[in-house]
Design a protein around this ligand. Structure first.
Ligand SMILES: NC(=O)c1ccc[n+]([C@@H]2O[C@H](COP(=O)([O-])OP(=O)(O)OC[C@H]3O[C@@H](n4cnc5c(N)ncnc54)[C@H](O)[C@@H]3O)[C@@H](O)[C@H]2O)c1
Length: 394
């Protein structure tokens, strides 16, 4: 019997909404994208027209619509708390883009509210459900690299240069660790489980002189608030240790590192900011090999003609995974509020450890079930839809 689709609304029709709206309206049988909403009504109307979505609504109309069960929050981080709270109070399940909120206490409060109301609350990044990270997770789970002993991750950017283009980066949550590092933390957690303890050193972003070439002529210099460079050591609950380097104070060319060491082998994992980063396996006495993906959602467009936003991949998997938890009445076992809270506590714990010079004891814990292997996004050379959605059902 066909599943009853989950009526869904997207709130926030800015840049990232294009990929979400396209994927949510066409990629998942469990989602009925019934409405889009933005505080700028014209933005919502434009997106509704572009993608053939039935309704453009105000936020109060979304809250009052009894048919909408699930809200996808794509507003900027500083607006997340208000939007999530209003939607939970209106009885909606919510999936939010990262960061959860800009304040750990407020995120805890939202998790408690969702629990009290019996609603599901999901938090990005859903790149951790992509083919790359899920394949790495599967290889670890089946013991190919033995017991994991340590992990090393690193990413760099010129974050202040990025804030010339993306103005929201000049606000709270705009530093490299929060804006991009969260993908690395999310992937670390998906592969390694909970973190118990953090030590760290950090530096702020430099004061940035506006660059006239980017139409910021006449603007005052600005400094992204918070630590834009963090070097941290983590201890995981499973006994492994890890090092993390997020450097937003260097040049734009990203040089990502993501290596997991085990007693029997080593895995090199692709960029966790993407869905289909390659996974390379090193075993003793063998040349390194790129492992074929064991999972779907590799981020490649199979929904029609190429678009300028295809590189944002399969964003929306996390929303569909939450929707399947609703329909199957099963636990919300992947990108739960507890996962979002743990990601945020680790980022804030790095800041706290750097500030105090003492190790930070992490209070929160989470659990994440891997997706079932053996399902793929497309078939017949990307000409047709595959069965990857089935991997989100259980
Ligand atoms: N831009 C990216 O590459 C990217 C990638 C992944 C995730 N994200 C995340 O997605 C979210 C949105 O990013 P974006 O780049 O699309 O931002 P954006 O600034 O382009 O769009 C945000 C939209 O939200 C609307 N909005 C703000 N407050 C609102 C409110 N209270 N109610 C209704 N609408 C409101 C704004 O009018 C705007 O149209 C952020 O959380 C960001 O961290 C962005």
């Amino acid at each position: 019997m066909p599943v009853q689709k989950v009526k869904t609304a997207v709130v926030g029709c800015g840049m990232i909404s294009q990929i979400y709206i396209r994927n949510l309206s066409r990629m998942f049988s469990v989602i009925d994208l019934a409405a889009v909403c933005d505080m700028r009504r014209e933005a919502a109307e434009a997106r509704a027209k572009e993608f053939g979505i039935p309704k453009a609504m105000t936020i109060d109309e979304v809250a009052a619509d009894p048919e909408i069960e699930l809200v996808v929050n794509l507003t900027p981080p500083f607006a997340h708390y208000g939007v999530i709270r209003q939607m939970l109070e209106a009885g909606k399940n919510v999936y939010t883009e990262k960061m959860f909120t800009t304040d750990l206490e407020k995120s805890r409060e939202l998790c408690a509210l969702a629990e009290e109301k019996g609603l599901l609350l999901g938090v990005a990044p859903d790149t951790v459900l992509g083919a790359g990270i899920q394949t790495a997770r599967h290889l670890i789970d089946i013991g190919l690299i033995g017991d994991v002993t340590s992990v090393q991750v690193s990413i760099n950017r010129n974050q202040t240069l990025n804030s010339e283009f993306f103005r929201f980066l000049r606000n709270e949550g705009g530093t490299l660790p929060y804006d991009v590092g969260v993908y690395y933390i999310g992937a670390l957690l998906a592969l390694m489980g909970s973190v118990t303890e953090i030590a760290a050193f950090a530096n702020p972003a430099p004061v940035h002189e506006p660059q006239v070439a980017f139409l910021n002529e006449g603007a005052d210099p600005w400094r992204i608030p918070g630590n834009n460079l963090v070097a941290a050591s983590l201890r995981f609950e499973n006994g492994a240790v890890g090092t993390v380097l997020f450097d937003g104070n260097t040049i734009a060319q990203s040089q990502h590192v993501f290596t997991v060491y085990g007693t029997k082998g080593i895995l090199k994992v692709g960029d966790p900011n993407e869905f289909g980063g390659p996974v390379t396996l090193l075993l003793p006495e063998n040349d390194p090999v790129t492992v074929p993906f064991t999972h779907g959602f590799d981020g490649k467009n199979w929904l029609g003609a190429p678009t300028s936003f295809d590189h944002y991949g399969h964003r929306g998997i996390g929303v569909a995974e939450l929707a399947w938890a609703l329909r199957k009445g099963r636990p919300h076992a992947r990108l739960s509020g507890a996962f979002g809270l743990h990601c945020q506590e680790i980022l804030q714990g790095m800041d706290a450890a750097a500030e105090t010079g003492k190790t930070y004891a992490v209070q929160s814990r989470f659990e994440m079930k891997g997706l079932t292997p053996g399902f793929y996004s497309s078939m017949f050379d990307r000409r047709a839809r595959g069965d990857a959605e089935a991997s989100l059902m259980d």
